[in-house]
Design a protein around this ligand. Structure first.
Ligand code: GLU
Length: 485
């Protein structure tokens, strides 16, 4: 059997989009599932928009997701270099071959001339493709145009009346009529080959067997197929994965929320949750399970189960999934992720002592069931950090107006003062003891103490709150309340 080799070929023109991350993931899963290899190369032929910073962001985001490659940028390999702009000398002989075989030609049309031609065709209701003005220029005509100082592009001569067939692994048979494809530019006037050309040379030389990429590249594929044929290259298999749509079924964009992997990481989504979620955007497992580790995804992934239909990005589902991972991850990991958010919010000082770390860990332990992503913790932990308890209007305020309240708080404070340890165990036992001693029970017992300690009628378990606040803070809060009722 052929050795499977796939690639992810981002253009470094921005951040890693969730769609790009999904493409990378599907390639990675496909390679791992089939004992193949995975390559990452950088398609930076768009000089104006590409940057090294963007490349670094993309590489870091892929690694953060747990997607690693066997060959390519950052790791090296036998088919480098792995940036298009470093491969110009490699493309050159293939361009020469096309020119020599008259499969390509120099085009001297200026931007303005092309624009004019396009407008005229559109006005007539014709397909606005290049009409081939420079297809059959003689040497003399070329020399004259060069003399005018025109810098030529190189165009591929698209054969007429050809049906271009693509047996797409996701979409099935897709056919294009070559008459709809105008002679297209393969080398720009600055001498840099365009994506459509560079990509096929790279895929061929890097021995890529399957091109798995976003649906938006399906319309590029007939051009690429024509180039493969003209150069006599064996074509890879193609699989074009459907778009990701926002909840309103339009293409997922900033309007719908975060679209970059980095934004999810910064908000405190766990990489496993993002991977799990992305995998289910377009691929469906055989069972109706929803939680999958990377290993489980690798064991089950197949292109046959990648859907032709667009996937809809469901933020609520991502939040649910992330909360599942937050609940089960080691507590230290969640604490370490929470600390920068707490620092940023000014709740924690820059250097925290080991004791303080342990204290934060307790907070994270009791709050992690209540958050969908780590950044949310900031809004929920004020009760532990604030010196002043602010009592919410309504249920909270009403509950401390009861006539039993002063006596109850007195007893509670006394027990706290007397306890050898004010910890979770104390918090678990104390209410029964007070109930026995005072006869106060149920809401009349719990609520005033909860409100005295937190200002709120609802929240984490009382024993967690008691253990986290500790003796001094509890006494202080009870004193304050007692003076105010
Ligand atoms: N460089 C292209 C992009 O970032 C990928 C093209 C391909 O996979 O063939 O969209």
């Amino acid at each position: 059997m052929q050795n499977i080799k796939v690639r992810f070929a981002p253009s470094p023109t921005g951040h890693l989009h969730i769609g790009g991350a999904r493409t990378a993931l599907f390639n990675y899963l496909f390679a791992k599932r089939n004992g193949g290899s995975f390559l990452v190369r950088i398609e930076d032929t768009d000089l104006n928009r590409s940057s090294y910073e963007s490349e670094q962001v993309i590489i870091n985001d892929l690694k953060w997701l747990g997607i690693y490659w066997d060959e390519g940028v950052d790791v090296g390999g036998n088919h480098g270099p792995y940036r298009s702009t470093e491969r110009i000398h490699i493309y050159k002989p293939y361009i020469d071959q096309l020119l020599k075989n008259k499969d390509a030609y120099y085009c001297y049309c200026t931007q303005e001339e092309l624009e004019k031609e396009r407008k005229l065709l559109e006005e007539k209701g014709d397909n606005p493709k290049y009409t081939g003005t420079c297809r059959d220029l003689t040497e003399e005509q070329r020399a004259a145009l060069e003399k005018e100082g025109r810098k030529p592009t190189i165009r591929f001569k698209v054969p007429e009346n050809k049906v271009i067939q693509i047996h797409d692994k996701v979409r099935g048979l897709v056919e294009f009529d070559s008459n709809g494809v105008g002679d297209f530019i393969i080398v720009k006037s600055d001498g840099i080959p365009v994506y459509n050309f560079a990509v096929i040379i790279d895929d061929y030389l890097m021995e890529i067997t399957h091109v798995i990429r976003a649906e938006e590249h399906l319309s590029n594929t007939p051009r690429q197929v024509l180039l493969y044929d003209a150069l006599g290259f064996t074509k890879p298999e193609f699989a074009h994965v459907s778009l990701i749509l926002g909840p309103d079924h339009t293409k997922m964009s900033k309007r719908h929320g975060s679209t970059w992997v980095e934004e999810y990481r910064d908000k405190g989504y766990l990489s496993e949750a993002v991977v799990n979620f992305l995998a289910l955007l377009g691929w469906s497992p055989e069972s109706d399970e929803e939680i999958f580790s990377m290993e489980q995804l690798i064991a089950q992934f197949s292109l046959e189960r990648v859907s032709k239909n667009p996937a809809v990005f469901d933020n609520a589902k991502l939040n649910w999934m992330n909360s599942q991972y937050i609940k089960t991850a080691p507590i230290e990991r969640i604490t370490d992720l929470a600390i920068p958010h707490l620092k940023k919010a000014g709740l924690l000082e820059e250097n925290i002592t080991p004791d303080k770390y342990e204290w934060v860990k307790k907070i994270v332990h009791c709050m992690r069931e209540r958050i969908s992503f780590i950044a949310e913790i900031v809004d929920k932990v004020g009760i532990f950090f604030n010196d002043q308890v602010e009592i919410e209007e309504g249920e909270a305020l009403d509950s401390i107006k009861g006539e039993q309240v002063p006596g109850l708080l007195e007893v509670f404070a006394q027990k706290v003062n007397e306890a050898p340890e004010v910890d979770e165990e104390f918090g678990k036992g104390i209410f029964k003891i007070i109930q026995k001693e005072t006869g106060i029970k149920g809401k009349a017992l719990f609520m005033p103490i909860r409100v005295a300690l937190t200002g709120q009628p609802h929240g984490p378990e009382m024993y967690d709150i008691i253990a986290i606040l500790g003796r001094d803070k509890i006494i202080k809060r009870i004193e304050t309340i007692k003076n105010n009722i």
